[in-house]
Design a protein around this ligand. Structure first.
Ligand code: G16
Length: 542
């Protein structure tokens, strides 16, 4: 019943910021997915007889790989697989299931906010028993194994029925097809003040949630329309589609523009929110106000105690290095720890497990807490509604008052996508060469105070991660960061992050790009970005 299949290794299965992401035709090559899944199992120890959680965001190729993963888990000796009905589990819901049922780990099939379809993106990632993405020592081991793998094992059985809840055996292993939504919705109901949010909605606050044709549809329907009493239609694009309706399921001002425009229109909703392909990202907009993810983290942290799950206060905050320092000011005021990690949610896991931090966030539209070990889109959206209900204020009012109290960190990210890989690598190399010469130099009215290539020393396990992004810091708190994305699937993506701190409330109403114009120009001057890439403007500005 268990077949051993001979295979040839691939050399390109290096997990990036969040698992292995490639185009579907790459994944569909002979044994490509099987090799990677077997490399995961070969890099783990002690899982015999234990439980593996499997689920994905429903994108094209999800079902095929789930079948393979179940049969391979049986062949590898897992005792049980828990899989979401229809093969569906949002990333935070998968993290919750791993934790709640004390599973050994989980395989999550997703390429997150990247588009889906026969020629678009697919991804596989492994999460460990704490529910979070595998740390680098495991992803490195998986990559090493994938380069030499020559066999994999698979149960030679018919496909499993994923469309009905139930429990049955596959080649001696238990398979449980679970409701993907119930446990997650229950967790949200424990963390947030649902009666207060229900009253807010009943009072006429019009909420619009855009699931972008992706995985959060069923979760959002249950939570907003069933449990919180929002009128039917409050959740848009709620049917998860294999190609997300042909869109990028990426909740930002470019890809969720319809929602943004609707909220900004005179009779549009008061509160708009969106989540991405696999449900871990979020976007928050209110009348006249888009909330940057960096501000969202700071505001959630500052108001955390309004939510029952955080009533006792938060232990500390963590943010990725390119995320603005808005949250740092909140941590300082609360007298709690503040941690700066490299980009990638996996770096927060140790800090949360050690009880050092409760809330974490990234500029890349990710916010979350230690309730799971992934960022969590619906969690952030519910947190905002809970804050609005408790303060009886709208989004714009909450944000403006926050700035008045803490100062405003003007912040923007400019992405240059699908740039020639060599040109991008050369740009970063040249910049590294220049770093030592920058401190003390003046650009316009700004003087460089420090410049480095960010390295992270994990305070819990002592591991060191180098080359995590170039930082150019200016006197007064302004900053430019440049790094290459670790999630793209074609060419290179250069990310330029710019930030300026403005304490004076009289100067908080400036357009963001205008407020950052000098830094944007300096970033180009120092990096020679336009010249080296041949691009005259970014592909995406967030
Ligand atoms: C992933 C990671 C995030 C990271 C983001 C962007 O998000 O989980 O931690 O901030 O990618 O990474 P990069 O700048 O390297 O492209 P997601 O939502 O794609 O899983």
């Amino acid at each position: 019943m268990i077949k051993t299949v001979h295979t040839a290794p691939y050399q390109d299965q290096k997990p990036g910021t969040s698992g292995l992401r490639k185009k579907v035709p790459v994944f569909a090559q002979e044994n490509y997915a099987e090799n990677f899944i077997q490399s995961i199992f070969d890099s783990l120890e002690g899982f015999e007889g234990k439980t593996l959680v499997i689920g994905g965001d429903g994108r094209y190729y999800n079902r095929e790989v789930i079948q393979k993963a179940i049969k391979m888990a049986a062949a590898a000796g897992f005792g049980k697989v828990m899989v979401g009905k229809g093969g569906i589990l949002s990333t935070p819901a998968a993290s919750n299931i791993i934790r709640k049922y004390h599973a050994f780990g989980g395989i999550i099939l997703s390429a997150s906010h990247n588009p889906g379809g026969p020629t678009e993106d697919f991804g596989i990632k492994y999460n460990i028993g704490n529910g979070g993405p595998a740390p680098e020592k495991i992803t490195d081991a998986i990559f090493t194994r994938s380069k030499v793998i020559d066999t994999y094992k698979i149960a030679d059985v018919a496909d499993v029925d994923l469309d009905a809840l139930g429990s049955f055996k596959v080649a001696g292993m238990q398979v449980e097809v679970i409701d993907p939504v119930a446990d997650y919705a229950d967790l949200m109901e424990q963390l947030f003040d649902f009666p207060a949010i229900r009253a807010l909605i009943a009072s006429g606050v019009h909420v619009a949630m855009d699931s972008m044709g992706a995985v959060t549809g069923p979760y959002a329907k249950e939570i907003f329309e069933e449990r919180l009493g929002a009128p039917e239609g409050s959740v848009r694009n709620f049917t998860p589609l294999p190609d997300f309706g042909g869109h990028h399921p990426d909740p930002n001002l470019v890809h969720a523009k319809d929602l943004y425009d609707d909220v900004m229109s005179k009779d549009g909703p008061h509160f708009g929110a969106a989540s991405d392909g696999d449900g871990d990202r979020n976007m928050i907009v209110g009348k006249g106000m888009f909330v940057t993810p960096s501000d969202s983290l700071a505001i959630i942290a500052a108001n955390a105690t309004v939510a029952p799950g955080y009533a006792k206060g938060i232990a500390g905050i963590a943010r990725s290095m390119p995320t603005s320092a808005a949250a740092d000011r909140v941590a300082e005021k609360l007298g709690i720890g503040m941690y700066e990690t490299p980009t990638g949610w996996k770096f927060f896991g140790n800090l949360m497990d050690a009880g050092k931090v409760t809330v974490c966030g990234e500029e890349s539209f990710g916010t979350g807490s230690d309730h799971v070990r992934e960022k969590d889109g619906l969690w952030a959206i519910l947190f905002w509604l809970n804050i609005m209900a408790a303060r009886n204020e709208g989004v714009a009012e909450i944000v403006r008052k926050h700035w008045a109290e803490y100062g405003r960190n003007y912040y923007s990210r400019h992405d240059y996508e699908e740039v020639n890989t060599e040109a991008a690598n050369n740009l970063m190399a040249a910049l590294r060469e220049k770093l030592a010469t920058l401190p003390g130099k003046t650009f316009g009215s700004l003087k460089v105070s420090a410049a480095d290539d960010f390295a992270y020393h994990d305070p819990i396990d002592g591991s060191v991660s180098k080359n995590q992004g170039i930082r150019i810091l200016f006197e007064g708190g302004s900053r430019i960061v440049l790094r290459l994305s670790g999630t793209g699937t074609s060419g290179a993506t250069i990310r330029v992050y710019v930030e300026r701190y403005e304490p004076d409330p009289a100067k908080h109403g400036i357009d963001t790009q205008e407020a950052l114009a000098d830094l944007i120009a300096i970033a180009d001057e120092i990096s020679e970005l336009k010249k080296r890439t041949g691009r005259d403007k970014p592909s995406v500005i967030t």
